[in-house]
Ligand binder design. Sequence first.
Ligand SMILES: Nc1nc2c(ncn2[C@@H]2O[C@H](COP(=O)(O)OP(=O)(O)OP(=O)(O)O)[C@@H](O)[C@H]2O)c(=O)[nH]1
Ligand SMILES: [Mg+2]
Length: 212
Amino acid sequence: MGSCSKVGNSSYDYSFKILLIGDSGVGKSSILLSFISNSVHDLSPTIGVDFKIKLLTVGGKRLKLTIWDTAGQERFGTLISSYYRGAHGIILVYDVTRRETFTNLSNVWAKEVELYSTNRDCIKILVGNKVDRECERAVTREEGIALAQEHKCLFLECSAKTRENVQQCFKDLIYKILDVPSLLEQGSAVVKNQNLKQKQVHQASHGGNCCS
Ligand SMILES: Nc1nc2c(ncn2[C@@H]2O[C@H](COP(=O)(O)OP(=O)(O)OP(=O)(O)O)[C@@H](O)[C@H]2O)c(=O)[nH]1
Ligand SMILES: [Mg+2]
């Protein structure tokens, strides 16, 4: 996986917005940290909204991922729609040792996705975290698969602690996003640049105060 920056110069081919959602304590921030920095340690509950950027190359395409992580504990009123707006991928996380985090995905989180997600083709992945605590498991793998089918999501079980399947979860999501033409178009740096150039031409031709 390569990396590069200089965002304004479009040194990436596609930019994707990815969200992590699910109840408090399921391990959203731990999954993100494990993916971004290869390190794992105990985290405090997230306050408000946080995001991390990851640049990587997949199949010769340079990708910029902006991964949003929010507190499962609090709802954030008017900010909620901007959190979901334009998301290309959504990771719905539950804790395999706490059944209510699984049922809340249908009762609360999937409904929120329906309401606020603006991309019809947005890719979703259902992720059962904390499989390292197998003896405390309260949700079977089969139940996970069934819920994923019901909500048309991809499915994986992982552990942010052992890092098992964490990379895979993002990989599966990204490959699926790269498969959908409408998402590609929205995430394309070329399209974004064209829009920007059009705007600049428009401003210049309308006597903006720019010279040369
Ligand atoms: N055993 C085990 N513990 C984990 C795993 N992932 C996270 N944890 C622990 O679970 C607790 C909650 O993890 P967080 O990543 O803060 O959970 P969160 O979903 O971000 O929680 P909020 O920010 O409150 O919404 C922490 O003590 C983590 O160390 C895992 O895969 N296995
Ligand atoms: Mg968190």
